[in-house]
Each structure stands twice: as structure tokens, then as C-alpha cells.
Design a binder for this molecule. Sequence first.
Ligand SMILES: Cc1cc2nc3c(=O)[nH]c(=O)nc-3n(C[C@H](O)[C@H](O)[C@H](O)COP(=O)(O)OP(=O)(O)OC[C@H]3O[C@@H](n4cnc5c(N)ncnc54)[C@H](O)[C@@H]3O)c2cc1C
Length: 487
Amino acid sequence: MGAGFGGLSAAALLSRDGFEVTVLEKNEGPGGRASVYQEGGFTFDMGPSWYLMPDVFEKFFSEFGKKPEDFFELKRLDPSYRIYFHDGSVVDVAADLEKNFQLFDSLEPNGGAKLKRYLESAKEKYDLSINEMLYRDYRSILDFMDGKLIAQGYKLHIFENLDSFVRKHFESDKARKIVEYSIGFLGGSPKNTPSFYHIMSHIDLTLGVWYPVGGIRKVADAVHEIARSYGAEFRFNEAVTEIVTKGGKATGVRTEKGDYPADIVVVNADYPFSELQLLSPEDRTYNRDYWDSRVFAPSAFVAYVGVNKRVKGLEHHTLFLDKDWENSFEQIFDPEKAAWPDSPSYYVNVPSRTDPYAAPPGCDALFILVALAPGLPDTPLLREGLYNKIMDHLERSVGEDIRGSVVVKRIFSVKDFKERYNAYKGTALGLTHTMRQTALWRPAHRSKRVGNLYYTGQYTHPGIGVPMTMISSTIVADVIKDNYKVK
Ligand SMILES: Cc1cc2nc3c(=O)[nH]c(=O)nc-3n(C[C@H](O)[C@H](O)[C@H](O)COP(=O)(O)OP(=O)(O)OC[C@H]3O[C@@H](n4cnc5c(N)ncnc54)[C@H](O)[C@@H]3O)c2cc1C
């Protein structure tokens, strides 16, 4: 149920393993958070735009004897991204590590050597997590702390937060921000995320930032195509209204169009919605108090903007990092201070820099993203206020008018995440990766109340991001295969 990356990849793996799979999806096509919006010759990926962890995509496609390049052309971006700092200075983070060492040398004494050491640590943890943690099915603390993990446990840095870890490695504000910004991919802040996640710097600086030509939608289309090639059936525009159970077992799902009996139900739709709205209280593993006590990842303000000119000063990925970084995080994560932001950091994606399909000739497709606290009120006035605040800053930073050239504009925010994806409090990303919401402590892949009910996607281990949801489905498919004795 659900055709986001979690549902698509589970459908592909399970149909390959011989299960008869039907996917019911509420919206009009595959991709979930990675949907597509087209207007006036512009094509926007509505959600993910960074293709990170190429090794995970390779591993996933190899399950089917394929390579990513069988479905889409992959380009490594160089620069990987551009950063505008609050003082007006601009740096490009290059694909070439040597150039980044030089950049860090310019930011603080011995910055290059410090970055090298930091990245060595990040690589070591990344290799450990790929080999020992990310693909693991956690059922108890024993799974978390066995074998190599115990041996390495002291080095995992799970009890220190990223902010404190980074402060030990770098002195300058700019160097710190470059290695900390990527924690946004995990929907966290440097203060609420374990320092173990400095693996993100290995991911973006060493493994690199890639772009599938045609956009992330090409990746969703590829997984959809694989699933269909093994016989999985997809029914779009058909929302599940109930998971039907009897005597502790799911007997199928119900939609407005009819009943679908099933031996196994795999849920990809948002976990809290599915438990609280589709199951009766006695069948829920987690009740409302559980969800209310979790730390949710941000919602977002996203503007899809088509302009009839090329905007100077922007790269494929450009970040605008705020001076008052701490206040920005507090406005997202501190319930007492949650508010539409005063002077936020934001991100602009311009796929038309790399991809002629994204915009008509001579035009640019801009995707502007600001993280917001989940559950905030969302009105046209608030949206327009933030749009103008960001545009004022963006126009000042790049030194030209943009608003006068806008031909397409759509804003997608808290309300839309709730309505389109059934997202709890309109979260864009599900649950953040605090220590208490990592690995074993994320919501379980299997229901504890309903024998044949499974969950995949960003709420579950290993967590947020397209590659992570594909890993989540790999774990779930293995568990199901194992439970049903499929060789
Ligand atoms: C704005 C934004 C930017 C992002 N940027 C990146 C990035 O650059 N790189 C990256 O790797 N990740 C990024 N992410 C995160 C990534 O997109 C998600 O982690 C991932 O796509 C989540 O996949 P999922 O399958 O868990 O959930 P979803 O994609 O939400 O899929 C769940 C599906 O269930 C469906 N559904 C809900 N209710 C029902 C129902 N009742 N019946 C049937 N179907 C239902 C939904 O419509 C949806 O299609 C971004 C996310 C957002 C929102």
C-alpha cells in the first residue's frame, strides 16, 4: 500500500521472489514524495533532488541483474554544490577532494588536513554502517550490539551529538557549516543528531553528488518498470481506507472501490496515519501518545518556480546558509519556539543547469526549499510572506530581479503534505534521526499485533532518504521471504 520509493522497491523485490503483488496508491502515479509537477513546459521533481549514495542504488538494481545506467544517464555534478554564506561570500564545494582541502585551508589554519581526518573517520563509519548496520533487521538490543558492532561500539559516537563532534574538529563557522548542513538530509539538527551521522560528509564530499538525467522521477519510473516486469500490478488514484484484520491477522485491505484480500500486507503509506487511521486500536503497535512523543522531521515550504530567463549565480544545487543558524533550528525543533522562520537558511535547486528537459530553452526551473516546523498553521498569507522574504534575499544575493520573470509558480507546504501524502503534522520526511529514533528504536518493520503486517519506508530503519527507503524494503522483503520460506 503506497507507491513511494518504499512501496515501489518492496513491490519489485517481492514480485521477483514470486509473490503476487498489487500496489494500491492514493495519488495519480508512482514516486510518493518523489512525485512530478509539470506546468508550462517546466518539469519539477516535487521532492528529492539529490542522488546520493550511488553504491546503494547500484546494489539495489543489481538485485535484478541491472545497473542504474540501464535506465537513466548519471552525471556527477561539479561543483557538487554552491554555498552563499550570510556575509555574502560564496564557495563552491567541488567534486575533487583536493580542491575541497584547499578550500578548507582558506577557511582556517590546517583546514585541509582537518577535513581529511574528518573524512577518514566518516568513511570508516560509513563502511561499518553499510556492512553491519543499514541492511540489518533489528528486533532486539542483541541485534544492535552483536559481533563487530560491539567491537566498534566505542567508536560509533552515538552518544555525542554532531554539533559537539564538529566543534572538536573545526574552528571556523564556515567549515563547521559545510560539514553540518548535510544533516538536513536526515531531517535533523546538529544538536539532536548523533555524531555517528557525520557519515553524511563521506556521502556528499567523497561519494559525490549525482544527477540522473531526466530527474529523480527517472529513478522512480525505473523501479516501477522493474516491478511491473515481474508482474506487480499498480492501481493509482485508489486510497486504502482500512486494513482489514481478523484474529490478529490481516486479511486484506479496503478501498472505496472494493476489498482486496491478501495473505500479506506491506504498508508504505505514512506509518502514524496507517496505524491511527486504518487499524482499529487493538491492532495498533503504536498509539497516539507514542507518536505525540516522537521528534518529527521538518515539514517544508517548497516553491516550484519557472522563470523565462537564466538566473545568474546559481548552480545545480545552491545553499543559502543563515547567520542565525541556531535560531533557525530552534524554530523548527523547539515546540516552544516553532514558527514560520524569520531569516531562514534555504536551498535552491536548478535542474535546468544540467538538464534541458527541466525547462524550455532559455528558461530556468527553480525549486526553493525551506524547512519548517511540522504542524505549523499554513495560510496563503504566511506562504506569500515567506516567498517574498526568500525572493528578497535571493535577488539581493544573485544581484538580479527574479520575480519579474516568473511564469510558473506553485507553493507546496504543510497542508499539502498532510493532504497529498497523509503526513502526520505535514512532516516532509517522517521521523528525525535522534539517538532514540535510530536503528532498533525506529518504528518496527513488522507489526507487533498483526502477524502478517509489515512496514517499509522512511519511518522505519534505516530511515530518511531515497536510498534508505530502498534499503528498508530490502530488509522487509528478506524478512517476508524468510517467514514464508521462499528460497
Ligand atoms: C521536499 C523533499 C526533498 C527531499 N530531498 C531528498 C533528496 O534530495 N534526496 C533524497 O534521497 N531524499 C530526499 N527526500 C526524502 C525522500 O524523498 C523520502 O525519504 C522518500 O522518498 C520517502 O519514501 P517513502 O516510500 O518512505 O514515502 P512516500 O514517498 O511518502 O510514499 C508513501 C506513499 O504512500 C501513499 N499513501 C498515503 N496514504 C495512502 C493510502 N491511504 N492508500 C494508498 N496509498 C497511500 C502516498 O501517496 C505515497 O505515494 C526529500 C523529501 C522531500 C519531501
